[in-house]
Design a protein around this ligand. Structure first.
Ligand code: AMP
Ligand code: GLY
Length: 419
């Protein structure tokens, strides 16, 4: 099969790495890809958000299957457009990807179907939103409705902080149209766990639990990032909790979407908080998380292509999805200054040495004329290792990361230990 993966970060490198191991995949392409992805797939210079360009390229080059990994093209309807062109595509259609693209939609869905989540109200009027925050008091959570690169959420410790966030979103248009509608939520407490699940719209296959580390610095300090590292599985997520989440959250969500005429096929991302009152949904995403994908796929023992095809064909109940025992850890090596401002173009050393004991997924790299790898993004690499135990995986990831260096490199030293 000729397979195209859409995207160009660490998540897409992990997907390509796994698909390259499938005997079914004879030719693998990635658009736009990056220098690391080019080790396992041919990179195609089409932007991930260029829906028309992507469909044309896939059709002209006779792709048998396309995997749409990032949120933006999913929300824009890339899967719908590929299907309309007769090309099987993995990922939710736009009407189901809305679980991520609109927080107001997903909160409404949870309320209607009794899926546990934080209490909330939705506002389009600034004065009404301010009055609500003053009446509720702090702590309180303010969220822009639409996609905001993971930065549209303020967990406000004071009413003043919540007011400022509302003004920036609704008056200052900090996130453009994404912030013209806001969701204001009750602040929940407890450990956060991600569960990614494959689904064909009926059958749900949860992957091992994982945990992202979103803050830039050790001890969960500093600004929110796309994710500085992850582990899988998460010790606090017990089999008992997994059963409860399946009954109270995963199955009701997939069934609700189908009942609403928005059948979801793809990877559904459950961002959960294990509150004193039980597990609750913090957010849904319509795709693999990055960097959760890197650890979870490292533990997958089944041919990924079989699973992706079954999700599209509606035959996921017939696939035996198996996972390796043990655990995985990814440590993200970022450019100093990320996520605020950072430089690019520094040579990277030590990749070969690190690759002997870990898998180094590239998030933002490019090759120079001499064939050396240069930094080319905020998140640069994700050093990923597995082990018999979580401690073993963490030790192996950091052991391999020690070999890598580039100017102004920054990483967290407490991945898997910060909670
Ligand atoms: P989201 O983009 O919705 O995942 O929110 C980003 C982060 O904000 C989450 O990972 C949580 O750490 C935090 N957060 C979001 N909603 C809440 C809430 N209702 N209570 C407490 N923390 C929250
Ligand atoms: N790592 C969080 C996300 O991909 O949204």
């Amino acid at each position: 099969m000729k397979v195209l993966v859409v995207g160009g970060g660490g998540r897409e490198h992990a997907i390509c790495w796994k698909l390259a191991q499938s005997p079914k995949v004879t030719e693998l392409y990635c658009a736009p890809g990056n220098a690391g992805i080019a080790q396992v797939a041919r990179c195609v210079p089409v932007k991930a958000t260029d829906v028309e360009g992507m469909v044309n390229w896939a059709r002209d080059n006779a792709m048998d299957f396309v995997v749409v990994a990032p949120d933006d093209p999913l929300a824009m309807g890339m899967v719908d457009a590929l299907e309309a062109a007769g090309i099987p595509a993995f990922g939710p259609r736009a009407n189901a990807a809305v679980v991520e693209a609109s927080k107001a939609f997903s909160k409404g869905l949870m309320k209607k179907y009794g899926i546990p989540t934080a209490r909330y109200e939705t506002f389009t009027d600034l004065e009404a939103a301010l009055a609500y925050v003053r009446a509720q008091g702090a702590p309180i959570v303010v969220k822009a409705d639409g996609l905001a690169l993971g930065k549209g959420v303020t967990v406000a410790a004071t009413v003043a902080e919540a007011e400022q966030a509302l003004r920036e979103m609704m008056e200052g248009r900090k996130f453009g149209d994404s912030g013209s509608t806001v969701v204001i939520e009750e602040c929940m407490t407890g450990p956060e766990v991600t569960v990614l699940a494959f689904t064909d719209g009926k059958t749900i296959v949860p992957m091992p639990s994982s945990q992202d580390h979103k803050r830039a610095f050790d001890g969960n300090r500093g600004p929110n990032t796309g994710g500085m590292g992850a582990i899988s599985p998460v010790p606090v997520y017990t089999p008992e909790l997994a059963r409860r989440c399946m009954d109270e959250i995963f199955r009701p969500t997939v069934d609700a979407l189908r009942a609403e005429g928005r059948t979801f096929q793809g990877v559904l991302y459950f961002g959960l908080m294990l509150t004193p009152d039980g597990p609750r949904v913090v957010e849904y995403n319509a795709r693999f998380g990055d960097p959760e994908c890197q650890v979870v796929l490292s533990l997958l023992d089944t041919d990924l292509m079989d699973i992706l095809q079954a999700c599209v064909d509606g035959t996921l109940d017939r696939v035996d999805v198996r996972w390796k025992k043990g655990a995985a850890c990814v440590v993200v090596l970022a450019s100093g200054g990320y996520p605020v401002s950072y430089e690019k173009g520094f040579p990277i050393s030590g990749l070969d040495e690190a690759g002997k004991t870990a898998t180094v997924f590239h998030a933002g790299t490019r090759l120079d004329e001499q064939g050396r790898y240069l930094t080319d993004g905020g998140r640069v690499l994700g050093v990923t290792a597995t082990g018999d135990t979580l401690d073993g995986a963490i030790g192996a990831a950091y052991g391999a990361a020690r070999h890598i260096s580039f100017e102004k490199m920054h990483f967290r030293t407490d991945i898997g230990r910060a909670f």
